[in-house]
Every structure is written in C-alpha cells, then in structure tokens.
Design a protein around this ligand. Structure first.
Ligand code: DOR
Ligand code: ZN
Length: 430
C-alpha cells in the first residue's frame, strides 16, 4: 500500500531535516522525501500545520500482561501508547509470571503482534523471578527477541550478583537497565525522606537509597564493561554520578520521567493522594530542576514514562497500602511539549533525540530516520492543540495519572507504524 503524507513540518536531527515537505511510503518504508511529490494510487493525508517526527519510543512501560490484566493488558496499553503518540514501547518484565525465560518473551511478542497498536520491545528479567538471586535465561531470551534486561521494580541488592548479571549480559550486546534501590535504606519508605516524610508523618525513601546503587552500578560498569542504563533517575546527585561516568567515557546512559521533572514532593498534601505515590518517590523542587537541566545539557538520554497502571480499587486505599506507580503514556508528550519545548528549554530536535533516537538505540533497533529506505514509523504532532488531561479520554484501562486536570499545549494527532495509521486525528484506528 502507498501512503502520501503532505505538508507537515518534518523534523529529524539524524538527517538535519527541518522543513515543510512530503513523504511517500510504500510497503512500510519511506520511498521518497521531497517537495510536490505525487502518487498514482494510495492514501493521501494533508498534514498542514502539523509537525512530523520519527515515531516516538517509550522504553519504560508496564503493560501488565500476563497476570495483571485487571490493571492493563497489551491491547489496552499499546492503544494508550498510540494515543500518546508512541509507535513503540518496551514492556517491563515484572509481570506474573515474570518474563525471565524465552517462553515469556515469545508470549508478549505474540500477543503484541496479534493485538498491539504499537511495536513492543520486550525487556527480560536479570534474575529469575526478580529475586536477585539466580541469573535468568538471558541467552535464550535474546535468541527469542529480548531487547534489554532489567529487574525493574526491584533493585538487585547483592553487588556480586549484579556483577554476574553484567558480566553475563555483556556478551549479548544488550543494555542492563537498573532500578536503583537499596532496600536497607529504603525499607517501607513511602515518600521522599526529609520535609515530605516529616510533614506527612510517613516513612521516608531517602535520596541516598537511590544514589548508593547508582554509584555501585557505575563501578560495576567500569569493572565489567557492560552497558548500564539507569532507570528513572530522580535526584540531583544521582544525575551528577551519571554525568561523571559519561565524562569518564563509561557506557552509562539514563532516563527521567515527566512526573519526576514536573511534580515534586509538595504535590502530596494532607489529602494523601495515592496517584502521587511512585517508586522512586517525587523528590524536591531542586531535584526536579536538576533533572530538567540534565535533559537540556545532554546528560539525560531518554524521557520515559514508567507507565504503571493500577486499578481504582488498588489505589483507593490508605497511602501506605496503595501500590506505587502512575500512568504516563497519554500525558508524556503533552507535558514535554508544554514544559520543555514551548518554554524553550529544549527544541524539537532534542525532543526527538530524547524520545525517539536514543531510546531506539538502547533497544538495539535499527534507526528510524526520515529518509528513503527507512521504516515508516512516524508521530504527527499538533503543536498548538490546547487541551486538558481528563481520565475519560484515556485509552489505558487505568486512571492513576498524577496530571488529571493539567492544561497542556501540544499533542499527537496521528501515529504510523510501518506505514499503517495506528491513530488518526486523535482516534486510535481499529
Ligand atoms: O512506581 C513504580 N511502579 N515504580 C516501579 O519501579 C514499578 C512500577 C510498577 O510496576 O507498578
Ligand atoms: Zn522502576
């Protein structure tokens, strides 16, 4: 099938492109990029006033299938992804059962191929059952298509075990992604330790509980040579550790989430809103500002959501009993456009690096460039769309966003995966 996308402002830093032009697609790949292109037969769309970029990728998403389908499943989660402007996501392995062997990888891939509205990269667990004790079947998982490894949701407590994970993983050309959490320090911590924990009278989750593990894993990266990706960095000092590791030339990358950049511990009031209960916790305004600075100066490699759907009845409990996590797929792009691009903190080029180019590289996938021969995965953005985040608009099965009611400017209107529309004019294509 042929597809002609006309008159969008096409932005791709990989090929130095930023101009209004046309894109012709056939059989899932770009045939031509240019001006006044014509086509004999096919689907034509006029995208005047829109911005078109390489398809956005979110490499930290909990799709919850298998085992957590009451919260989300691959069908609903990838619809939320398409609706948020993403053409691919990486599914975390903390499902039930845990994705720690080839069968699990094949299951997620098969369901995604049958029911998905976005490409799904599968992250395999580092340790069996996420217990941090015994290595998972990494080689087998890679052979069956695993794109990365992580025990996300849990920190690997034992340094020797983490060394074995990294030693073993380094032979597969896959990144080890870490959820940095020292259980001895974090314990049952609920919110950032300091003003928030004191004000709210709850156990604290100290910044050091994250920073000590980041420092340890950077040391193990130096020891093993295994590429290390630090997930959801939340503190200024944690980011400084990554900055120093990069300056040293180590293969260290990191990600931040919109909620850790645009919300702080101050959001949690004496109403104890469980939608703000996330792991790692919302930190101080100074930490949030440091993350934004890291996004601007190049220290941060990716913006991810840590989309963590939960049911209303799980979240509608006492703060200590509610699970950690908030959704993010359908608010991430709008938040980034509103608070970073529109504010002049970053430009569209940098946004594309953070949300498309670098994530794809970390998944070890081929680049998607806006040039002939490349895969036709695109995100089309209306940069002027003014909208309010409302739960009833979500395609996700879950409502536990911390941004309900937020006024945003800019959102995705269309997404294309392999030349096929997965969202058109804001509606997911069935
Ligand atoms: O807030 C979080 N929720 N952080 C994690 O690391 C895991 C996630 C989940 O699975 O709900
Ligand atoms: Zn995590």
């Amino acid at each position: 099938m042929a597809l002609m996308l006309k008159n969008a402002r096409v932005i791709d830093p990989q090929v130095g492109l930023d101009e209004v032009c046309d894109i012709l697609v056939r059989d899932g790949r770009i045939v031509e990029v240019g001006h006044n292109l014509t086509m004999e037969k096919g689907v034509e769309r006029d995208l005047s006033g829109k911005v078109l970029v390489p398809g956005l990728v979110d490499i930290h998403v909990h799709l919850r299938e298998p085992g957590g389908e009451q919260k989300e499943d691959i069908a609903s989660g990838t619809r939320a992804a398409a609706h948020g402007g993403f053409t691919a996501v990486c599914a975390m392995p903390n499902t039930a059962p845990v994705i720690d062997n080839a069968m699990g990888v094949e299951y997620v891939k098969a369901v995604a191929a049958a029911k998905g509205k976005a490409r799904v990269y599968v992250a395999g667990a580092c340790s069996q059952g996420l217990k941090g004790e015994t290595l998972s079947e990494m080689g087998d998982m890679v052979a069956h298509g695993a794109s990365a490894f992580t025990d996300d949701g849990k920190g690997i407590q034992d340094a020797g075990m983490m060394r074995r994970v990294m030693d073993y993983a380094s032979q597969f050309n896959r990144v080890v992604m870490v959820h940095a959490q020292d259980n001895g320090l974090v314990g049952d911590g609920q919110v950032n330790e300091g003003v928030a924990s004191t004000r709210l009278g709850m156990l604290g989750w100290p910044a050091e509980g994250e920073e000590i593990e980041i420092a340890r894993d950077i040391a193990l990266c130096r020891l093993t040579g295994c590429p290390l990706h630090v997930q959801h960095v939340t503190t200024a000092r944690g980011l400084d550790l990554v900055r120093a590791a990069k300056a040293e030339g180590l293969p260290v990358t990191c990600e931040v989430t919109p909620h850790h950049m645009f919300l702080t511990e101050d959001a949690i009031t004496d109403e104890y809103q469980t939608c703000f209960k996330v792991n790692p916790p919302l930190r101080t305004a100074e930490d949030a500002a440091a993350l934004v600075a890291g996004v601007a100066d190049g220290t941060v490699d990716c913006i991810v959501t840590d989309h963590a759907p939960h049911t209303d009845w799980e979240k509608d409990r006492e703060f200590e009993l509610a699970p950690f996590g908030m959704t993010g797929l359908e608010t991430s792009l709008g938040l980034v456009l509103t608070h970073l691009v529109n504010e002049g903190v970053i430009d569209f080029n940098r946004m594309v690096e953070l949300m498309a180019v670098n994530p794809r590289q970390l998944m070890r996938d081929e680049p998607v460039k806006i040039e002939a021969g490349c895969v036709a995965d695109f995100t089309v953005i209306d940069p002027k769309a003014s909208w309010t985040v409302e739960a009833h608009d979500f395609y996700s099965r879950a409502n536990n966003s911390g941004f309900i009611g937020a006024r945003l400017v800019g959102r995705a209107t269309d997404t294309y995966v392999g030349g096929y529309a997965t969202m058109e004019d804001g509606v997911v294509v069935e």
